[in-house]
Design a protein around this ligand. Sequence first.
Ligand code: FES
Length: 222
Amino acid sequence: MGTQEHLQRRRFLRLVTGVPVLGAALSFLSPLLRLLKPNDRPFEVFYNPTRRDIPLGEVTVAASLREVARPWDFKYFVFTQKYPQYTPTGLRQASVPAVVLRLPQKIRLPWDWAGQIGKPQLVGRESDIIIFSRICPHLGCIFNFVPNWQEVTAGYGGYVPPPPRRHALIACPCHLSIFDPADPQQPGRVLSGPAPRPPRTFLYEIRGEQIVATDVEPGGIA
Ligand code: FES
């Protein structure tokens, strides 16, 4: 092999082995750049109901009114959310565990986001029925609805709620975030632990005897 050919070959090899290194460097830098310059596009750009590439929920019966007739009655159910994807069906399905519960009093539902998905008539609605996604807004574990607050104290890191909050609570087993589902100002308020916000809520309709979940609040986990 001539010297010229040898040099070309070495240059080629250096180029080829450099590609993965460059790829690794870029994948490391990308989140860093996103952290320094977060995407501040307004919410509508992500979730515009006129677009066809938005997640779509499968309308699901959460419970019958009879099943959650008394204060603190609750029922778990699973909601199917479909995300547009480059797959043979064009969709990926995700199961969102959820809990529907009856509160002891009516509150203003945290549905301000309803206006953003084309349902402004739901903003400001009051009810004593609320539906939360059970995906913890900290790191995505599935949390529990705990009817007896003493069980929260005993089983979730010793948190003792102050007297006005000594009722059923939501508790995450992973890093012990505790939420108050009945806080009148901010349903799902974080009482303790690392969760950055209340759990996401669902829109629902009452159809005859049934509570039907229609949409889950959009956004990432945290
Ligand atoms: S995932 Fe729930 S507290 Fe961390």
